[in-house]
Design a protein around this ligand. Structure first.
Ligand code: CS2
Length: 451
């Protein structure tokens, strides 16, 4: 096995999704071993290396299945940046992929690079010793240019609309500050395909480790689990010499936009709605929340009556896609914690719910129902802030400050990193969100769902 892909962020989602596709690709083509890079968190890469890249993928669905994956053959943890830099210069590396979550790209609310982000400030001052993915891609591409080599292909695999285009714009804007000629070279030579990634992958816990040990007899330190369903759509612009992704079921499409939008707004939008409303009601997992008829009914109406109209016309059959997703949420074999989905709400809300609100307003449709999960996020933040409980979010400090007051909903609406001015100042949306927050505070979420 050679190494042809460098991956930043080898967390559970990458290991359950992309690595499964690549593991199958490797059966026919040994070029595409993955170098796992996690320069900030030591745990995963060390454990992966100790197991020589082998770990168990548990498929938890109508049937339970176990596979051993072994797609990684190079490992870089904290303190090993020099090795990563050398590898990025190796012409055998064609793809540099990333799953660093939405917040890892250091973008502001409008989707452009946030030059005030501490990681970007750091990287511009130390371009040869970057910490952000934007800094790393730029350094690697600068080295390629200097060596007279073709650019590698950055492949963003996080849940953002136009993820490739956004990442390209961020890298080019950052490179511009370093060297305009470099920025022009990247803009011209590097291809950043848009992608849509999908598979429900809960965080690994002791229950999964015990299940894998009992069923396979192997005391695997880092198994991962996911549902049977997995989809990966990549914009059909990969340069020659790229992996034959299509041979392992990846869809190559001229325009990923329709898939990305539908997936983010229907699946992830409903997920976040179930998470905030479900946590307020007292549920623990997605399957629990779906077993609550009132909540599940509300979310289904939200999808079919409010989210889908904003996606039409679409080449996809959105109503059947929605039915499939609701079925996937009911999978009882997976204990997908609502709290995991609730993390990083400030980064997720815009793509998942606010884009649907924007489309509804533009189309003259009612936004009352769409405002409910947004208000539920606000009440969830307020509840955490008042209890002094943890808020997992890159904007946690600011959220907690706004969340403790009586006017939490108003204060949160004022955060421009989450709510663009045009939306926050729209009187229809304001009234709907503040009204929903008030109603839920006074009578609890259930009364509002039923209404
Ligand atoms: C979830 C996603 O944690 C979350 O926010 O909504 O991770 C979701 O499970 C995946 O995007 C499904 O593809």
């Amino acid at each position: 096995m050679q190494t042809g892909i460098v991956h930043f962020g080898p967390g559970a989602f990458h290991r359950a999704h992309q690595a499964d596709y690549i593991d199958r690709l490797l059966a026919d083509d040994p070029q595409w071993g993955i170098a796992a890079v996690s320069l900030r968190s030591p745990g995963t890469v060390a454990a992966l290396e100790a197991q020589e890249g082998r770990y168990t993928l548990a498929i938890l669905d109508a049937e339970t299945r176990f596979r051993t994956l072994a797609a990684h053959n190079r490992f870089f943890g904290p303190g090993e940046s020099a090795g990563v830099r050398a590898l990025l210069r190796d012409p055998a590396i064609r793809i540099v992929s990333s799953t660093v979550t939405e917040k890892g790209y250091c973008l502001s609310g409008d989707g452009s690079l946030d030059f005030d982000h501490p990681d970007i400030v750091h990287d511009l001052a130390n371009p040869e010793d970057p910490v952000s993915i934007v800094g790393w891609l730029t350094l690697g591409l600068a080295d390629r240019r200097e060596a007279g080599l073709p650019a590698f292909t950055p492949l963003c695999c996080d849940n953002m609309v136009s993820n490739g285009k956004k990442l390209k714009a961020a890298v080019v804007a950052y490179a511009e500050r370093r060297d305009p000629a470099l920025a022009a070279w990247i803009a011209r030579e590097a291809i950043f395909p848009d992608t849509m990634v999908d598979s429900i992958t809960p965080a690994t816990d002791d229950r999964l480790r015990a299940l894998v040990r009992d069923e396979t007899g192997w005391n695997d330190a880092l198994p991962v689990s996911r549902e049977a369903y997995a989809a990966w759509v990549i914009e059909d612009v990969l340069p020659p010499g790229s992996p034959d992704f299509a041979s392992v079921g990846v869809v190559l499409a001229p325009d990923v936009g329709a898939w990305e939008k539908a997936k983010l707004r229907i699946l992830n939008g409903a997920h976040s709605s179930l998470a905030y409303l479900g946590l307020l009601i007292g549920h623990e997992t997605v399957a629990d929340a779906m077993a609550d008829g009132e909540l599940a009914g509300f979310v289904e109406r939200l999808i079919r009556r409010d989210i889908v109209p904003g996606l039409e016309p679409s080449p996809l059959d959105l109503q059947s896609y929605a039915s499939e997703i609701l079925d996937r949420f009911r999978n009882p074999a997976i204990g997908h914690r609502l709290s995991q989905i609730a993390w990083d709400g400030s980064q997720k809300l815009p793509y998942r719910l606010l884009d649907s609100v924007g489309d509804a307003l533009a189309g003259g449709r009612d936004v009352a129902r769409l405002a409910v999960p947004v208000a539920a996020w606000m009440l969830f933040i307020q509840r955490q802030a008042r209890a002094g409980a943890q808020i997992v979010d890159p904007l946690a400090a600011e959220l907690a400050r706004h969340g403790v007051g009586d006017d939490a909903a108003e204060a949160l609406l004022g955060m421009r990193q989450v709510f663009p001015a045009a939306l926050a100042e729209n009187s229809t949306f304001r009234a709907a969100v503040l009204g929903a927050a008030d109603a839920m505070r006074q009578e609890g979420p259930r009364a509002l769902l039923a209404a």
